[in-house]
Design a protein around this ligand. Structure first.
Ligand SMILES: [Fe+2]
Length: 204
C-alpha cells in the first residue's frame, strides 16, 4: 500500500505563487486520488509489492503507469520546494536559493548561465501542449537534459535520473494564475530548494 506523502512545509508556505487553496487540492485531492487509485489497481497484479520506482519503470501504458507515474512525479515536485527566504517548519534551515557544486558547474557548462537554463526550462514548460511536466534530469554520464513529459510520463521510465520538475497540469496553477502558465513557471524559481536538487544530482 502506498501512502500520501506529508508536505515538508505548511499549506500557506508557498504563498502567493502556490496558494494554500491550490496546495490543499493539489496534494490533498489530486495526489491523494492517484494514491488511492494505484492502491486499488495493485492487488493481484504483477506489480503488487514492488517499489514505486520499479512500477514506473516496468508498467506498460495504462492505468497502473498513469497513477504510479503521477505519484512519483508529484512526490518529487512537492518535496523540491521551500518557503522562500524563510526557515522551514520546526526551525529547519531554509534551503539553498541557488544551485551549487557539481550541479552548478554542469548547468553553466551546458547552458552558459543559470538564467539561460531557467529560460530554456520555462520555455519547454510553457510549450508543452496540454497536461504534463517539464523535467530536468541527468543521464548516467552526468549530462543534464530538459524534457517535456505529457500526462504522467517521467524521465525515470527512460532510465534518466529525475532532478527537478514543474507541473504544467492546470490543477497546479489555475486557481492562482488561470491561463498564465508562463508567468506561473517564472514565479516558481524562488520556491525551488536547490539543496534538494543538488542531492538528487549527487545521489549516484
Ligand atoms: Fe499535479
Amino acid at each position: 500500500m502506498f501512502t500520501l506523502i506529508d508536505l515538508p512545509y505548511s499549506l500557506d508556505a508557498l504563498e502567493p505563487v502556490i496558494s494554500a487553496r491550490t496546495l490543499e487540492f493539489h496534494h490533498g485531492k489530486h495526489l491523494a486520488g492517484y494514491v488511492a487509485n494505484l492502491n486499488k489497481l495493485l492487488p493481484g497484479s504483477e506489480f503488487e509489492g514492488l517499489p514505486l520506482e520499479e512500477i514506473v519503470r516496468k508498467a506498460p501504458a495504462g492505468p497502473v503507469f498513469n497513477n504510479a507515474g503521477q505519484i512519483f512525479n508529484h512526490n518529487m515536485y512537492f518535496s523540491q520546494f521551500k518557503a522562500p527566504g524563510k526557515a522551514g517548519e520546526s526551525g529547519a534551515k531554509p534551503g539553498a536559493d541557488a544551485p551549487a557544486g557539481a550541479l552548478k558547474a554542469r548547468l553553466e557548462a551546458q547552458w552558459g548561465s543559470l538564467e539561460a537554463f531557467q529560460a530554456d526550462f520555462e520555455a519547454k514548460g510553457a510549450g508543452l501542449f496540454g497536461s504534463g511536466w517539464v523535467w530536468l534530469s541527468a543521464d548516467s554520464a552526468g549530462a543534464l537534459h530538459i524534457t517535456q513529459e505529457p500526462g504522467a510520463a517521467t524521465p525515470l521510465a527512460r532510465g534518466l535520473r529525475p532532478l527537478l520538475t514543474f507541473d504544467v497540469w492546470e490543477h497546479a496553477y489555475y486557481l492562482d494564475y488561470q491561463n498564465r502558465r508562463p508567468d506561473h513557471l517564472k514565479a516558481l524559481w524562488p520556491l525551488v530548494d536547490w539543496s534538494v536538487v543538488a542531492k538528487r544530482y549527487e545521489a549516484e
